[in-house]
Design a protein around this ligand. Structure first.
Ligand code: SF4
Length: 94
C-alpha cells in the first residue's frame, strides 16, 4: 500500500495529469503484474506491454514522479516496475 500520508492532497490540480494517461480506460490489470500464479514469461510479456504504453504516454515523467514520491509499492507507473522504483529510491538514499 502507498504511504497514505504522502499522497497529494485530494484536489484536482494534484491529479489532473492522470486524465492524460494513456492507461486511462485500459484494463488496470495490465499494469499490475503481481499475480503469483502468473508464469514468469506471461508476467514479463505483460510488463513489457504496459511499459510500451507508458513509453508513449504524455505524462510519463509526472507519473514516475508521483510513484516515487508516494511511493507506489505495486504496479507499473511511469514506465517502471515496483522493484525498479525501489532501486531508484535506494540509489538516491544511499
Ligand atoms: S506513464 Fe504509464 S502508468 Fe503512468 S499515466 Fe502514463 S500510461 Fe499510465
Amino acid at each position: 500500500m502507498s504511504t497514505v500520508t504522502r499522497l497529494p492532497r485530494p484536489i484536482l490540480d494534484n491529479y489532473a495529469w492522470q486524465q492524460k494517461g494513456l492507461c486511462r480506460g485500459r484494463d488496470v490489470e495490465q499494469f499490475f503484474t503481481d499475480d503469483p500464479d502468473q508464469g514468469r514469461r506471461a508476467r514479463n510479456d505483460q510488463t513489457e506491454a504496459a511499459k510500451a504504453v507508458c513509453a508513449a504516454c504524455p505524462v510519463v515523467a509526472r507519473c514516475l514522479q508521483h510513484a516515487l514520491s508516494v511511493p507506489e509499492p505495486f504496479g507499473i507507473w511511469g514506465g517502471t516496475t515496483a522493484p525498479e522504483r525501489a532501486r531508484m529510491l535506494w540509489s538516491v538514499a544511499g
